[in-house]
Design a protein around this ligand. Structure first.
Ligand SMILES: [Zn+2]
Length: 330
């Protein structure tokens, strides 16, 4: 296994630092777990054994999956399937920007389909939304009433105490349930686990085999994840999360405003397509009037990002006698 590069800019990454500390730690561990092309095996048993060899009694698959969903949600990792067996693999979409690509043999095949990524992406709950839900639910499991924690700030709890609470989709994702303030509630791990099926990669795989189709989901439940990527609640008010319940008058944006916002965010969302799309839908998201067009743009942005695990470029490398890279060319 070659050494990996960890840049100091990792501590300033907005995407990564919006994740829990556990997910941030997982991201760093995954860098050493991936092959030279930034791809990795996603068998949860193997992942746990290799990523947490001395912490097997502490970290379970549910913790791992929650952290993976966080990392997929912010676009730091992505998933894909590969022919012929439709196996699921993970990858770092920006691997070649940060790591040296060695001329070694790939351990994971090239992607043939990336729709499996939607399985993870649809389950992503932004951190500020989690904190707001904890506060709304009074730090109590909404099934058994047990206190999760009392003497800690909700956001700090979300960041630091991963695993001590869960977020339950009242209508499960598989049945079209979405990540909305109304559809998520706080539970203790015990209640949530007894309610849902355990995470199962075979189940995820079914989506790709059966052709998990974003358009079908869109038809059955409105939109493919119209979920807020950042924080719909706090963005409406910096001081009081209760004001999230107050409806805010929506003003539809012009193409120019959308262009300006996309330029500001440096994404590749086509402003005209965006406006045309929602114009044709009467500015509705999942049957309800749109509340925040910027959140919708961020959803489009994340979707584009999640769907493009780029093929890392193969570089030729010249090394000195100590194995240090002295020259690379494509
Ligand atoms: Zn409970």
């Amino acid at each position: 296994m070659p050494n990996r590069i960890l840049k100091d800019s990792i501590n300033e990454s907005r995407d990564l630092t919006s994740c829990s500390f556990f997910a941030q730690d997982l991201f760093k561990r995954l860098i050493t777990y991936a092959d030279d092309y930034g791809r990795f095996n996603t068998d949860p048993q193997i992942m746990i054994a290799r990523l947490y060899p001395r912490e097997l009694s502490i970290v379970d698959i549910s913790d791992l999956m929650d952290a993976i969903i966080e990392l997929v949600g912010v676009g730091k990792i992505a998933f894909y399937t590969a022919k012929p067996r439709h196996e699921v693999f993970g990858c770092f979409p920006k691997w070649d920007e940060h790591q040296r690509i060695r001329d070694s043999k790939k351990k994971a095949p090239d992607p043939t389909d990336t729709t499996v990524n939607d399985w993870y992406y649809r389950r992503f709950i932004p951190i500020d939304m989690k904190a707001a839900i904890i506060e709304r639910d009074g730090f109590k499991c909404q099934i058994c009433g047990k206190h999760i924690a009392e003497a800690i700030d909700a956001k700090k709890l979300v960041k630091m105490c991963t695993g001590s609470f869960h977020f339950d989709h009242i209508v499960p994702c598989d049945q079209g349930g979405r990540v909305t303030y109304e559809n998520i509630r706080l539970t203790c791990p015990k209640c949530n686990q007894s309610r849902k099926k355990s995470f199962d990669f075979d189940e995820i795989l079914q989506f790709s085999i059966e052709g998990f189709n974003p358009q079908e989901i869109a038809a059955s439940c409105g939109e493919l994840p119209p979920n807020p990527i950042r924080n719909p609640i706090q963005s409406e008010s910096n001081t009081n999360t209760n004001s999230a319940d107050k409806p805010r008058r929506f003003v539809k944006p012009t193409v120019e405003e959308v262009t300006e916002y996309c330029t500001e965010r440096g994404n590749k969302v086509n402003a005209q397509n965006f406006v045309d799309f929602y114009e044709s839908k009467g500015w509705k998201v999942g049957g309800s009037p749109m509340k925040d067009w910027k959140a919708a743009i961020r959803t489009w942005e994340q979707r584009d990002k999640a769907k493009a695990p780029e093929e890392p470029k193969r570089r030729k490398i010249k090394r000195d006698d100590f194995g240090n890279i002295i020259e690379t060319w494509e």
